[in-house]
Design a protein around this ligand. Structure first.
Ligand SMILES: Cc1ncc(COP(=O)(O)O)c(C=O)c1O
Length: 355
């Protein structure tokens, strides 16, 4: 059956901010395009999908998002190729994950047709905002908030689904040193770690501040019960290269099922790179670092794509990773970005043409 076609009303801005933006010096996620997509859930249904000028939204102080953190989001990017065509990377995976997060936070699911048609309409409106420079793209933030009101701790009866976009440069610049965290936990078994819920990130800011004060750029979370196993890093899944084997831990109810992670695993398997998806003990990483078999550690996620880790700190000691030629990190970064920017064949059917 064909997806229902939604009528999306469009109101254009009469005051574009495009010429105020310095596209040669883009930070990550700091400036926003001229328009946003918005759709409201009320009376048991999603209504009135529309593209409107980007700007403040009105919410009552009693909106439940403010009190109970009933909020979920996604992170994705649009890429412009050399010919000026606009592409998304595995957008249906983001939609599926949005709904997985929605169920866990007792938020009504959003139909795929609204997600995709809203996204495409918005990108067609603001396509000139998509940077064409190296390492730049349009970061896209779809999210749902509980706009329904009440001081009763229960799910809201109204929600807003919004998509806003930010032309962005690199997420990290320079070397990334991580702290392996064993005091604080990002997520617990039975909790909401696998959902992209705002509260997961709010809870990580304080341990992150402590790590930054110690000179690190990121925290690597360990499991909440023993703190013996590596789980994920900030907004990234973690990979290690031990010898020439690519190792990453399985996803669980504490770990976000990253789209970059699963793409790297598919690429590695197709290329015959030995892969192990299994629990990784911190002690194994330390031993491998000390004996020289730990060749690489890197994070993988939409924002940073692949981010090599230059050193990791554990119990006050810093372990340096070697600088190696032909790293898996640069190999997978190239493999993924070549597909995203339409520079390589799309063997897996991951690219989605917008306009
Ligand atoms: C906690 C966390 N882990 C992993 C990832 C990587 O996921 P993806 O590759 O889908 O961006 C993200 C980013 O979305 C994240 O926030």
């Amino acid at each position: 059956m064909d997806a229902p076609k939604h009528t999306i009303s469009v109101t254009k801005t009469n005051k574009s901010r495009f010429h105020e933006v310095d596209f040669d010096n883009l930070a990550f996620g700091d400036v926003f395009t001229d328009h946003m997509f918005i759709c409201e859930y009320r009376d048991g249904q999603w209504h009135d999908p529309k593209v409107v000028p980007y700007g403040p939204i009105a919410l009552e102080p009693a909106a439940k998002v403010f009190h109970y953190g009933q909020e979920i989001f996604e992170g994705m990017k649009a890429y412009k190729d050399e010919a000026g065509k606009v592409w998304l990377f595995r957008p249906l995976e983001n939609h599926k994950r949005l709904n997985k997060s929605a169920s866990r936070l007792a938020i009504p699911e959003l139909p795929e047709s609204i997600f995709m048609q809203g996204l495409e309409e918005l990108l067609r409106m603001d396509h000139h905002w998509i940077p064409q420079r190296a390492d730049s793209s349009l970061y896209i933030r779809p999210f749902i908030i509980a706009s329904g009101t009440g001081f009763h701790a229960s799910p809201a009866n109204r929600y807003l689904f919004i998509i806003a976009c930010a032309p962005s440069g690199q997420y990290f610049s320079g070397k990334v040193s991580v702290k392996i965290e064993e005091t604080y936990s990002r997520a617990a078994h039975g909790g909401v770690g696998y959902a992209k819920a705002g509260g997961n990130y709010a809870g990580s800011f304080y341990p992150m501040q402590l790590a930054v004060a110690e000179g690190f750029q990121q925290v690597v979370w360990t499991d909440d019960s023993t703190h013996e196993f590596v789980e994920e890093a900030g907004a990234m899944n973690v990979f290690a290269r031990i010898g020439d084997t690519l190792v990453t831990c399985p996803t669980s109810d504490r770990i976000l099922d990253g789209i970059t992670r699963k793409s790297i695993l598919q690429l590695a398997e197709a290329e015959g790179i030995p892969v192990e998806v299994r629990a990784i003990k911190v002690s194994e990483l330390i031993e491998a670092a000390e004996t020289g078999t730990l060749k690489e550690l890197f994070g993988a996620g939409t924002a940073a794509v692949v981010s090599p880790i230059s050193s990791f700190g554990y119990r006050g000691k810093l372990y340096q990773l070697p600088e190696i030629q032909d790293s898996y990190a640069s190999h997978f970064k190239k493999g993924i970005t070549d597909i995203q920017f339409n520079r390589a064949a799309d063997k897996f059917g991951w690219r989605h043409l917008v306009c």
